[in-house]
Design a protein around this ligand. Structure first.
Ligand SMILES: NC(=O)c1ccc[n+]([C@@H]2O[C@H](COP(=O)([O-])OP(=O)(O)OC[C@H]3O[C@@H](n4cnc5c(N)ncnc54)[C@H](OP(=O)(O)O)[C@@H]3O)[C@@H](O)[C@H]2O)c1
Length: 310
């Protein structure tokens, strides 16, 4: 059996670009559904040219245009959607088009974060996770074969500052730790998330499952992160602990969406939403166990790159 033909929706985006690259690198015939407007944007045009040079087929269309979706889907076996978190519900026409096309053997919707059925922030996150869960329910109600990728945090989100609010670089003197600092979170580099995702495309073990990414070397508590960073810079930092109550108060006092970084920190490093549950064989699989040979960047290696920038 040949490799599945893969359609990426969102190939000009941060993650979608990596997904398209990984798909091409794995020799999947790769298609990208691209809006006409992307070609007038120099950076996006460059991405599209590079993908096209590497063998991708660019199809003009939009998730707002169902006929372009159906036309694209008739040419492929698998659809991966990587539209932004603001557009999660805009995937409804994609689901409709998959039903109409009738040939799609797997849909990977735009999730790529925490498992929306496991998070404990529904009173705080302005529907961020309930929208992703709604899309899951729709996919399942329509009987569409799926894989959900629960990759936890992207490495370029929060980690460049060592989880310091409003900072772009890691702390050198004083560090803020949320909660007791012992709750573990997970960071995975986007290109690695893309590689794991593409490995799942033709893997029957991932059919109708959630693929969780918790690679060894990428699961750290805030106390462990700080200790690791201290060992790299050869210096102890002053630690300020923000209690759960203080963080919740600040989240409630800060208007949406400015409070969302705090909500995500609360979810991961106070509630433990990325790691509090075991991966159950009935609905989930562990991506690093499925693909033990897949190389990935560890948190320590990533922090070394920050050190080089100092
Ligand atoms: N876990 C984490 O830490 C984390 C962090 C960030 C994002 N994420 C998740 O990753 C996923 C992707 O997010 P991202 O930040 O990579 O997205 P992004 O960079 O904003 O890219 C969005 C993509 O969607 C495309 N798009 C927008 N409207 C479209 C339409 N009408 N038709 C077709 N394509 C359209 C855009 O194309 P144009 O070039 O035409 O605009 C672009 O390629 C989301 O599910 C998000 O929640 C997770």
């Amino acid at each position: 059996m040949g490799k599945s033909r893969v359609l990426i929706i969102g190939a000009t985006g941060n993650l979608g670009h990596q997904l398209a690259k990984a798909s091409l690198q794995s020799s999947h015939p790769t298609f990208a559904l691209v809006r006409d407007s992307a070609f007038s944007h120099p950076h996006k045009r460059h991405i599209l040219q590079t993908l096209s040079d590497a063998g991708a087929t660019l199809l003009e269309g939009s998730i707002e245009d169902e006929s372009s979706l159906v036309e694209a889907m008739k040419q492929v076996d698998v659809v991966i959607c990587a539209v932004s978190s603001k557009q999660v519900l805009d995937q409804k026409p994609v689901i409709k088009a998959i039903k109409r096309a009738g040939c799609i053997k797997k849909f990977i919707p735009s999730e790529f974060g925490l498992d929306p059925e496991k998070t404990q922030t529904s009173d705080l996150d302005h529907g961020f996770y309930s929208r992703k869960a709604e899309i899951r329910h729709l996919i399942e109600a329509e009987g569409i074969p799926y894989t959900y990728i629960s990759c936890n945090f992207f490495m370029n989100y929060l980690l460049p500052s060592l989880v310091q609010l409003g900072a772009k670089t890691p702390p050198m003197d004083k560090v803020t730790i949320f909660g007791n600092g012992n709750v573990k979170g997970v960071f995975v580099k986007q290109s690695d998330i893309a590689a794991f995702t593409i490995s799942a495309v033709d893997d029957p073990r991932t059919l109708n499952k959630v693929v969780y990414l918790r690679p060894p070397g990428n699961v750290y508590s805030m106390n462990e992160l700080v200790e690791l960073w201290e060992s790299k810079i050869g210096k102890k930092l002053d630690k300020v602990y923000v209690t759960e109550e203080e963080l919740l108060k600040k989240i409630k006092e800060t208007p949406f969406p400015d409070n969302m970084d705090m909500v995500f920190i609360y979810s991961a490093f106070v509630k433990g939403d990325q790691t509090y549950f075991d991966i159950e064989a009935s609905g989930g699989v562990d991506g690093t166990q499925l693909y033990p040979h897949q190389k990935y960047t560890t948190i320590s290696e990533y922090l070394d790159t920050l050190l080089e920038e100092k």
